[in-house]
Design a protein around this ligand. Structure first.
Ligand code: IP8
Length: 256
């Protein structure tokens, strides 16, 4: 793949981490600042050379999506609804960008609604053209993508989650590592203890349950399944683990 960048790290900042999930369009400014400090520090130290950031929706995206009954599989043809979801997400994206930029991180936006689709015949799978992100990375920028609306054949506009985006990005960029930073310290077993490593779904299926989902993008079981299918190793960790992940360590749960 001529677009592959090879040594990129793909990092998701969960919506629950950077926003107050229960209050519409409310930021968790302290957690966002801490995450941006960790990112700026890693780029300064050179422990990460190329970084793509993806952030989730939290109380920005999910609030509007559920208000309009829109999910990753159910779409809308109402342009106002699309603009409410996309508008809230670009508002959050602008804040993330400016928090990164004020720490010297060369962060620039890539809006999924503008570049990707679930096209006819794709069975709902995401097509994410990678040229803009790959070229920005090659030129030294930190592309920042986000959960968004996405054009969907026969459904109008559905939601694309940050989790879908990191899977596509990691594959298309041939990334080195994937990190998922959220408010949970890792994948938890039945006692609430972090499982240090997962290398097969069968080993954890009982603990994770089937498909119970708490937001429009699906629960932990689906997340683990997708990260297992990826080529590069992935880590799921909490805010405390971000500095360590960016140093090349394996905080939380390593999924490989
Ligand atoms: O928080 C979904 O992204 P996620 C964003 O990564 C929207 O699931 C628009 C609801």
């Amino acid at each position: 793949d001529p677009d592959a960048v090879g040594d990129a790290v793909v990092l998701k900042l969960g919506g629950s981490l950077i926003t107050e999930k229960d209050r519409p369009e409310t930021l968790d400014g302290e957690s966002l600042a801490a995450a941006c400090d960790a990112i700026a520090g890693a780029l300064d130290e050179g422990t990460v050379a190329r970084l793509v950031v993806v952030h989730g929706g939290g109380s920005f995206g999910h609030h509007h999506a559920s208000e309009h009954g829109v999910s990753t599989t159910t779409g809308t043809r109402d342009a106002d609804a699309v603009m409410e979801i996309h508008g809230a997400m670009t508002t959050l994206n602008r804040v993330v960008l400016s928090r990164l930029q004020e720490r010297g991180v060369p962060a620039v936006p890539v809006h999924p609604l503008s570049v990707s689709a679930r096209p006819e015949g794709s069975d709902g799978d995401l097509d994410l053209p990678i040229a803009s992100t790959a070229t920005l990375l090659g030129e030294g920028f930190v592309p920042v993508l986000h959960g968004d609306g996405v054009a969907t054949a026969d459904a109008g506009v559905t939601v694309v989650s940050g989790d879908e985006l990191i899977v596509e990005l990691a594959t298309r960029l041939d990334a080195r590592r994937v990190g998922v930073c959220s408010t949970v310290p890792g994948v938890l077993d039945a006692d609430g203890t972090v499982i240090p490593a997962i290398d097969s779904f069968e080993a954890v299926a009982d603990v994770l349950g089937g498909s119970e989902s708490t937001d429009v993008s699906g629960g932990m079981a689906a997340k683990v399944r997708e990260l297992l299918a990826l080529d590069p190793p992935a880590s799921v960790f909490g805010a405390d683990g971000l500095v360590s992940f960016l140093r090349g360590e394996d905080p939380g749960t390593r999924i490989d």
